[in-house]
Design a protein around this ligand. Structure first.
Ligand SMILES: Cc1cc2nc3c(=O)[nH]c(=O)nc-3n(C[C@H](O)[C@H](O)[C@H](O)COP(=O)(O)O)c2cc1C
Length: 303
């Protein structure tokens, strides 16, 4: 049997399969389908200092191989998460990663202090949300600003800090190196790729916000390429994601350099997707004769 345990910046995951922020809520709904303890970790929906209703509907558009969303960080706020959601999540034997977005570096710092004290296992700093005006993507596309947010998050946290990068840049390795230099313990990528769809009859964009973020199988090759580039540019561990829907997809991300892999949009069509991907990855690893799944990380043989 292949040992499925992996280490993500000192956070011990029982297997490399994670659910990413925003596609799994706080786990309440999916917990009706499978035991959340089956997962390596849960990244919770993006938290902000105050509650947010998110963007107006329509905020989901279908595309041939994925979805375009403009949800815009709908969440109950960090205090309500700590009071009501974290205790429920803590009933399961699974690592909890709190995903945060702020309008200012100070807002990121304040949330890191609260969440560290509340006892999450890791904090994921989202500097890559394409669906909010302030913060988010503004930080993720400029190396100096990405570094500034990372630095304050690190100073304000007593748990490992992972920074989530945006694919909406020309050279993702510049941002990766900036956040590593500022002390990030790990890097996650990719967030969604900006996109747009138009209803040809009404001539209106399908999304009320006009544009949104693309996720699902369509983004997989872009995400694998970016994980590979980042893995070659930094030393910190990587949580890879973008379009994973089967075990072989997860193996691709690990070969490209990811220590762990998140399964997001696939859960919308198949609630069991994360557990199925874990089982398929384990079967692949057995067939490959691997003693440890971590042997896959970075093991691609480039031409
Ligand atoms: C509906 C929806 C909401 C999302 N919300 C967040 C969020 O709050 N914070 C965040 O960092 N990423 C968010 N994401 C991005 C995902 O975490 C992930 O990076 C992306 O969807 C690529 O993975 P996938 O193709 O497996 O879904 C969201 C994605 C979707 C589809």
């Amino acid at each position: 049997m292949t040992d499925l345990r992996v280490d993500l910046a000192g956070v011990a995951l029982k297997n490399p399969i994670v659910v990413p922020s925003g596609t799994f809520g706080f786990g309440r709904e999916y917990g009706q389908f499978f035991d959340l303890s089956e997962l390596g970790a849960i990244c919770v929906k993006g938290l902000t200092p105050l509650p947010r209703e998110g963007n107006p509907a329509p905020r989901i558009a279908e595309t041939p191989m994925g979805i375009l969303n403009s949800v815009g960080l709908q969440n109950p706020g960090v205090d309500a998460f700590i009071a009501h959601e974290l205790p429920e999540l803590r009933k399961h034997d699974v690592k909890i990663i709190a995903n945060i977005s702020g309008n200012t570096p100070e807002e990121y710092g304040g949330m890191c202090e609260k969440l560290s004290a509340a006892g999450v296992d890791m904090i994921e700093v989202n500097i890559s949300c394409p669906n909010v005006k302030a913060g988010g993507l503004a930080y993720g596309t400029r190396p100096e600003m990405a570094a500034e947010v990372t630095e304050i998050a690190k100073k304000s946290s007593t748990v490992p800090v992972m920074v989530k990068l945006s694919p909406n840049v020309t050279d993702i390795t510049e941002i990766a190196k900036a956040v590593e230099g500022a002390g990030a313990d790990a890097i996650s990528l990719i967030n969604t790729i900006r996109g747009m769809r138009i209803d040809v009859n009404t001539r209106r964009p399908i999304l009320k916000m006009n544009t949104g973020g693309l996720s699902g199988p369509a983004v997989l090759p872009v995400a694998v390429r970016m994980v590979w580039e980042v893995a070659n540019a930094v030393k910190v561990p990587i949580l890879g994601m973008g379009g994973v829907s089967k075990g072989a997809d997860a193996a691709e991300f690990m070969l490209a350099g990811a220590a762990a892999v998140a399964v997001g949009t696939a859960s919308f069509a198949d609630a069991y997707a994360p557990v199925r991907v874990r089982d398929e990855l384990a079967a692949y690893a057995e067939k490959q004769g691997l003693a440890r799944i971590s042997e896959l990380t970075g093991a691609v043989k480039p031409w």
